[in-house]
Write a protein that binds this ligand. Sequence first.
Ligand code: HEC
Length: 99
Amino acid sequence: MKNAIKLLVAAAFVAGSAAAFADGAALYKTACFACHDAGVAGAPKFADKALWAPRIATGTDAMVKVVLTGKGAMPPNGGTQMTEAQLREVVEYMANAAK
Ligand code: HEC
């Protein structure tokens, strides 16, 4: 009986992590892709290692701050209503795709 409960807890944990990962990808596709997929208006292109390396080097916090305040052609919050936590998930998703 105790083992069955442990298995359930483990399964719930794995499902939770997968959902968090899928969130970043799903949120990216709601808005950020519009500029970042093709590299519109000077946006660092999705999964382009050379363009992302210097940004990734500044750290996730710094990148999230840039998105929150906006920069160049990117409006504050990337033009979305996303919370800071959601923006962080997307930034992590984008950074991981370019590593
Ligand atoms: C209207 C086009 C546009 C949209 C929409 C957009 N971006 Fe950007 N993004 C840019 C541009 C342009 C830059 C480059 C800014 C610069 O360096 O001058 C950029 C840069 C970035 C960077 C690098 C920041 C840094 O540290 O230099 C991140 C991370 C980023 N965007 C994430 C996002 C996320 C997340 C979203 C969706 C919530 C998003 N962007 C939506 C245009 C856009």
